[in-house]
Design a binder for this molecule. Structure first.
Ligand SMILES: *Cc1c(COP(=O)(O)O)cnc(C)c1O
Length: 400
């Protein structure tokens, strides 16, 4: 008997830890912006695995380099060198213009690594007294799910039952320059932020905040650490969301699309004066910098460049926003976004609208109850966006 969606859903629910509430679609294959479920129904993917598949699903070039590399070498550990890690560093250095790269696997690990680098820099370079270092973060931040990271989240559910937490973090309201200025003191080693908050609902800081924060950080010798795991690599229509504000952070944290959805690859990019605080044995990861991840990441970055996906994200994203803004949608409170990271804040729960769109063949996911996020692969065409807009308009005219 052919196995249907119900079979897979029941199996997942029976044996899996209950830490997600997915839409009930069981995907079996994908190509570009399209996915097919086990019943062979076709859907447009407007989530891109939280921006991990900016290059589109199962990109042929990534399939090819990954297959070839699998047969040659997959893992050496960092006990030995491999012939691809250096080129991976070069690719990341090239897009970030930073000269020292630290390779990791998941986004949360890269954030942890940046926190460690910033603290060590605080003690060794800035001269902060032992165990006094502080890192300033935004309210409503999302930087991952480790115990240290959820410890400075302001989302109760992320923390409930997981304490005690790591000290040394100070939370300020999103985009509040006065609070940043008042919170910085001689023990502040870093300001860690998302230039546009993704999980919190596509929140863009008020005009001038990021630029002023850059000035404050420079003046007070505080590292500015941009978590561009979701906003980076073309998602917002620039290589990095920080580019919209014309500023350069001291550290970039990247992940997700860094390997086009094929492999978990993340990295922290900074200059030697900062990242140089690490010595052999200070930090590590068995899989970080592995040749399989490295070769996929090199190709994933080359695809973004050669297919001009950053430009496409900007152009199509503008078109998408213009069309949305022109629609008469009484239940939409606000439309926010840059490039192909677009959030629609509704005056009610977004989940039923995501479910209705799924029935029409478009996949997206609510974030923070009231916000629908649209973030299709950056390969999407004008024609395909029109197809999506038609369905979005139909569904948003309904009342759930
Ligand atoms: C997804 C995300 C992370 C965490 O990445 P994981 O790979 O899930 O650990 C961290 N920061 C931001 C901004 C993210 O969007």
């Amino acid at each position: 008997m052919a196995k249907n969606s119900e079979y897979y859903i029941q199996l997942e629910d029976e044996l899996g830890a209950n830490n997600y509430h997915p839409l009930d679609i069981v995907i079996e294959r994908a190509e570009g912006i399209w996915v097919w479920d086990v019943g062979d129904n076709k859907y447009m993917d407007c989530l891109s695995a939280y921006s991990a598949v900016n290059q589109g699903h199962c990109h042929k070039r990534l399939v090819s380099v990954m297959q070839k590399q699998c047969e040659k070498l997959t893992l050496t550990s960092r006990a030995f060198r491999n012939n691809l890690l250096g080129d991976f560093y070069k690719s990341v250095a090239d897009i970030t213009k930073k000269n020292m790269i630290l390779p990791m696997n998941t986004g949360a690990e890269a954030v942890e690594s940046a926190i460690k680098a910033a603290r060590k820099w605080g003690y060794k370079v800035k001269g902060i007294e032992k165990d006094k270092a502080e890192i300033i973060v935004f309210a409503d931040n999302f930087h991952g799910r480790t115990t240290t990271i959820v410890g400075f989240s302001t989302e109760e559910q992320y923390k409930d039952g997981f304490g005690p937490f790591t000290p040394g973090f100070k939370v300020i309201p999103f985009g509040d320059i006065k609070a940043l200025e008042e919170t910085i003191n001689e023990n502040t080693c870093a300001f860690l932020f998302e230039p546009i908050q993704g999980e919190a609902g596509i929140n863009i800081p008020v005009d001038g905040f990021i630029e002023k924060a850059r000035e404050l950080c420079t003046k007070n010798n505080v590292l500015m650490i941009a978590d561009e795991i979701q906003t980076g690599l073309g998602r917002t229509g620039k290589w990095f969301a920080c580019d919209h504000f014309g500023i350069v952070p001291d550290m970039y944290i990247m992940g997700k699309a860094l390997a086009g959805g094929f492999y978990p690859v993340s990295a922290v990019a900074a200059d030697k004066e900062i990242q140089g605080v690490f010595n052999p044995g200070d930090h590590g990861s068995t899989f970080g910098g592995n040749p399989l991840g490295a070769v996929v990441a090199i190709e994933a970055l080359a695809i973004l460049k050669e297919e001009k996906l950053v430009e496409n994200s900007a152009n199509i994203g503008n078109y998408f926003m213009d069309k949305l803004n022109a629609m008469d949608l009484p239940i939409v409170k606000e439309i926010r976004g840059k490039g192909l990271l677009v959030g629609l804040e509704l005056d009610r729960k977004a989940r039923p609208y995501c479910e209705a769109l799924m029935k029409k063949g478009l996949l997206c996911k609510e974030t923070h109850e009231n916000v629908m996020r649209f973030a299709p692969p950056l390969t999407i065409s004008l024609h395909e966006v029109d197809w999506a807009l038609e369905r979005i308009e139909e569904v948003l005219k309904e009342k759930f």
